[in-house]
Design a protein around this ligand. Structure first.
Ligand code: FAD
Length: 392
């Protein structure tokens, strides 16, 4: 399909006004052109009608039809977890102006890594599996850059009661947060930036922090755990259409405690250095040294079960740590030198749905994250891609 040159009046508008005007007027054309001419051309739509060359177009006037490929929107993404990062990369590649804000001090959201006592500990997600083609393609990039590597295959348990399912489990080579850091290269990310209020007026969003910092955009992507996104919209007085609101309100998460323990000596956890306990108190235990991310021995992560976390969520750190240490004594094998406790209020979705992402076009807002696409790292990643398709 070929496109004719746009009308002169429109050309003048596009050049005289900023890119947002162009996006609003010609979203279909932009999409078709994007599909036709590929994802790597990120120039703004200013180019000679005679010599339309993707590399020349930054300085020439007037724009030709080809140059309308990069009719961009401004998009604010709340959350630098995996879904926000995968969406941001795709949207930025399409030519949109993307800004990410995250309340955390580090990139990666629930793919989190912490250092203390000389050890390195993954305290959120521990590994990931790959089942879809889209994620397989991404894995190959990560592997080639040595961002990730295989840790083990199958499903280790203390008594080997579950057979090997033959799926490799991958981990970040420097910890799970390394994946987020890799993805965030070239993205505009504001960390330690918690959005406290949102407003939607005249077709655009404004997001404000408690300290008054403000971000404006045409479109908004919300990737925080869904109850947090809904609470933010509610305190901001933004109402969603009934069906979208009900779908989102139906999603629930379970909490989890992560106890990070630096032992005096190596742990007694057998190779591959981790297993699913799946008991009443403990869900998972892993040795970050055997995992290859901690350079000193005896750096252990213990995850409680959801049931235990619900029962003890408001107990003191000392009480929770002592119960978790007691329940894992046999695998620790030596005395704890030091520990830290992390409470994950929204650790994993209990009843995820598989819709990819939820778009509310009348508000220019989209919701993405693991709860909308299967409760795992892979689901979060592909949810971000879906959201980028819907918003882009
Ligand atoms: C303890 C634990 C163990 C897990 N184990 C595994 C595992 O082994 N394998 C696996 O596949 N998955 C695992 N998961 C799940 C996996 O981590 C998630 O599915 C995935 O990381 C979710 O990514 P996301 O982008 O949807 O959300 P998140 O990573 O939660 O990203 C959302 C981001 O939004 C930010 N945010 C929230 N509110 C605001 C605000 N108001 N302003 C600014 N920023 C805000 C948060 O700081 C966060 O960074 C585990 C999770 C936990 C907690």
């Amino acid at each position: 399909m070929r496109f004719n040159s746009p009308p002169a009046k429109a050309v003048a508008n596009w050049v005289n006004n900023d890119v947002r005007v162009r996006q609003r007027r010609h979203p279909e054309l932009a999409k078709d052109l994007y599909n036709q001419f590929g994802k790597s051309h990120r120039q703004r739509p200013i180019i000679s009608t005679e010599n339309c060359s993707k590399t020349l177009c930054a300085s020439q006037f007037p724009p030709c039809s080809l140059c309308l490929i990069f009719i961009m929107a401004t998009i604010l993404i709340l959350g630098a977890g995996l879904s926000g990062l995968s969406a941001a990369r795709q949207l930025q590649e399409q030519g949109h102006e993307v800004t990410i804000v995250d309340k955390g001090r580090g990139i990666g959201g629930r793919m989190a890594t912490r250092r203390f006592e000389g050890g390195i500990f993954d305290h959120g997600a521990q590994f990931f599996t790959v089942r879809s083609e889209a994620f397989q393609a991404e894995l190959e990039k990560w592997e080639s850059q040595k961002v990730v590597g295989e840790w083990f295959q199958g499903f280790p348990t203390p008594d080997n009661r579950k057979p090997d399912d033959h799926y490799p489990r991958f981990r970040g080579t420097t910890g799970m947060t390394g994946i987020g850091k890799y993805l965030a290269q070239d993205l505009n990310v504001h960390l330690s930036t918690e959005i406290a209020a949102l407003s939607y007026e005249n077709g655009g969003w404004t997001a404000k922090t408690a300290s008054g910092e403000s971000f404006s955009s045409e479109k908004l992507l919300l990737t925080a755990p869904v109850p947090q996104s809904l609470a933010l919209l509610a305190t901001s007085g933004v109402s969603l259409p009934t069906q979208a609101r009900e779908t989102l309100q139906s999603l629930h998460y379970e909490p989890c405690f992560a106890l990070l323990v630096q032992l005096e000596k190596p742990s007694a956890i057998p190779a591959p250095g981790a297993f699913f306990v799946e008991g009443e108190t403990i869900y998972w235990i892993a040795d970050n040294s055997q995992k290859g991310i901690s350079s000193i021995a005896g750096s252990v992560t213990i995850h409680s079960s959801g049931t235990f976390a619900k029962q003890h969520y408001n107990d003191s750190e000392a009480t929770v740590a002592s119960l978790l240490l007691d329940a894992t004594k046999q695998w620790l094998g030596s005395e704890p030198k030091s520990w830290q406790l992390r409470r994950w209020r929204y650790s994993k979705p209990e009843n995820p749905i598989n819709i990819g992402a939820l778009h509310v076009p009348e508000l220019n807002v989209c919701f993405a994250g693991d709860a909308l696409n299967g409760a795992k790292i892979e689901g979060a990643f592909t949810s971000g891609l879906k959201a980028a398709d819907l918003l882009g």
